[in-house]
Design a protein around this ligand. Structure first.
Ligand code: AHR
Length: 538
């Protein structure tokens, strides 16, 4: 038994509520094993005990020039479902309804070989280019100006990715000038000549993509990248000092250079950037979850750990630099992705809009995505941007064909984060029985997070990881109890492998019996393997 698990079990017997996060030095909400197996789970909520305000950008998303994300996804000029700009109206409506606040574009691996000049100017003059990252053809009929127009139509903000693979810092600064300067300079006048008078005021920019990955076009060492990112940042700020810049952190904890990459990069560019990026994809594979769904559903705790470790590096470098500035994190790619990862699923065979990474999500994937929503929320003090990767057709919650779209299972937990997580995240204390997972510390069956808004709405998000048993939950209101239930829904079902498709949605929210509150306590039961949201008004 690991010493950490011994510590948790000792804490449980004496009724303490310490969290995994506390042990990483992060004093965030406590998810702990502090009730006996037959006791109800208890969730202590005090609206005065907050972790941080929620930045709306915590539930952003991502659209890459990859497969059918752009072409046939959001842009399909030949379709009867499109408007006069060629934008799919049904997809736009879905994204507006979700309320996605920020969307990263144009990549991803794609961006590291992309010349943004190929995608601007008269459409008939734009070249058809081989995208080497996905071995696909890009007609360039959709580029920067089309994306800005689409963002406006979708009521979202762009998070622009820059090519720091084959691209130079000078080209990155030129794109900032093209987008953000009003007039009177080479690149701003070019935008005007292209027919776009108003500058776009793009605030957030990613300095490259996954530059630590040997698969990345232009991959380099951490120090080389750190110097290049610093130069790009300086040139971009000469053009527009108001931009917020994100340096490439490690692509994930499995990278051999994990954390050391981040440290070396930040030693070069800490003073020039505002945030550090993290990426992570989870899989229900033998290697990652041992083919065991109860382990799979615990994997969001490894995202908590990745966040804590990345912050430790940011703050280490901050110490080295004696800097007053604290970096925030941009978790700008996260999702479940493990089926469509090889062979034809990642090779476009030099076609336009090939079917790539078209992962079909099942019910247990949605449950883990619920857990990941919880993890992002309880780290909202330092994670300011996060992007579900991706949004349409490519490892996505929304899938299209010629005649319509359907919502994948993962759409729903993501939409709940967007709809119900408002205001600030509360530092809830959770007492839950735990279970053992090989290679992990004791895992609480119940993972719970709560938020509270200034207009008196409290929302509670509960993942029950127990595959066989429902759990009784008692919410202990330590100040004012939520009185009126405004919403209560659950994602549940018998079949963990159930999927949605054009033939029907088998996995979607169901009404959850409105729980009642008396004497400052609310009692209810969450079904086995389920994700539940309850919102109360004051
Ligand atoms: O989102 C799919 C790919 O995953 C992205 O292009 C890349 O950044 C990551 O490896």
């Amino acid at each position: 038994m690991s010493s950490r698990r011994r510590f948790l079990q000792h804490a449980s017997t004496i009724g303490l509520a310490y969290s995994a996060n506390t042990l990483f030095g992060r004093l965030l909400s406590a998810q702990t094993g502090s009730s006996a197996a037959n006791q109800p789970v208890r969730v202590f909520i005090d609206s005065r005990r907050a972790i941080a305000p929620i930045d709306r950008n915590l539930f952003g998303s991502f659209l890459e020039h990859l497969g059918r994300a752009i072409y046939e996804g959001i842009y399909d000029p030949g379709s009867k479902l499109s408007d006069s700009n060629g934008f799919r109206k049904d997809v736009l409506q879905e994204i507006r309804q979700l309320g996605v606040p920020i969307i990263r574009y144009p990549g991803g691996n794609f961006v590291s070989g992309y010349d943004w000049l190929d995608g601007v100017g008269p459409k008939q003059d734009r070249p058809r280019v081989l995208d080497k990252a996905w071995n696909s053809m890009n007609s360039n009929q959709f580029g920067t100006n089309e994306y800005m127009a689409w963002c406006k139509a979708a009521s979202t903000e762009p998070l622009m990715g820059l090519n720091l693979g084959t691209g130079t810092p000078e080209q990155a600064a030129a794109l900032v000038e093209y987008c953000n300067v009003d007039k009177g300079t080479k690149w701003s006048d070019m935008r005007r000549k292209h027919g776009f008078t108003e500058p776009y005021a793009v605030k957030h920019w990613c300095l490259g993509n996954e530059m630590d990955g040997p698969w990345q076009i232009g991959h380099m060492t951490a120090t080389e990248y750190g110097i290049k990112a610093q130069d790009a940042a300086r040139q971009m700020r000469y053009v527009d000092h108001s931009v917020e810049l994100i340096a490439c952190g490690s692509s994930g904890p499995l990278m051999p250079t994990y954390l050391e990459w981040d440290r070396e990069v930040l030693e070069q560019c800490y003073d020039y950037v505002d945030g550090l990026s993290l990426h992570r994809y989870f899989g229900n594979t033998t290697e990652e979850a041992g083919g065991d769904s109860s382990k799979f559903l615990a994997l969001n705790l490894t995202m908590d750990r990745q966040i804590a470790e990345s912050l430790a590096v940011c703050d280490l470098v901050r110490g080295h630099k004696r800097s007053p500035k604290k970096l925030w994190l941009s978790f700008d790619e996260w999702n479940v992705w493990y089926r469509q990862r090889n062979g034809d699923a990642v090779d476009g065979h030099r076609k336009e809009a090939p079917h790539l990474l078209e992962e079909i999500y099942n019910f247990e994937d949605a449950l883990l995505v619920g857990g990941l929503v919880n993890t992002l929320l309880r780290n909202a003090d330092r994670v300011k941007i996060a992007c579900l990767a991706q949004l349409v057709n490519v490892i996505a919650p929304i899938m299209t064909n010629k005649s319509g779209l359907f919502r994948q299972t993962i759409y729903y937990p993501y939409s709940w984060g967007l709809q119900f997580a408002r205001g600030r995240v509360l530092n809830v204390q959770v007492e839950s029985p735990t279970y053992d997972v090989k290679g992990m510390d004791a895992v609480p069956y119940i993972d719970a997070v709560a938020t509270a808004s200034d207009d008196g709405k409290t929302s509670l998000f509960i993942l029950n990881r127990d595959l066989s048993k429902a759990h009784a939950v008692e919410v202990v209101w330590e100040d004012q109890a939520g009185s009126r239930v405004l919403a209560s829904q659950v994602l549940t079902g018998d079949d963990l492998k159930a999927v949605n498709g054009f033939d029907g949605e088998r996995v979607k929210p169901q009404p959850f019996d409105k729980p009642t509150t008396s004497n400052g306590r609310t009692k209810f039961e969450v079904p086995a393997h389920s994700y539940t949201v309850i919102q109360w008004g004051s």
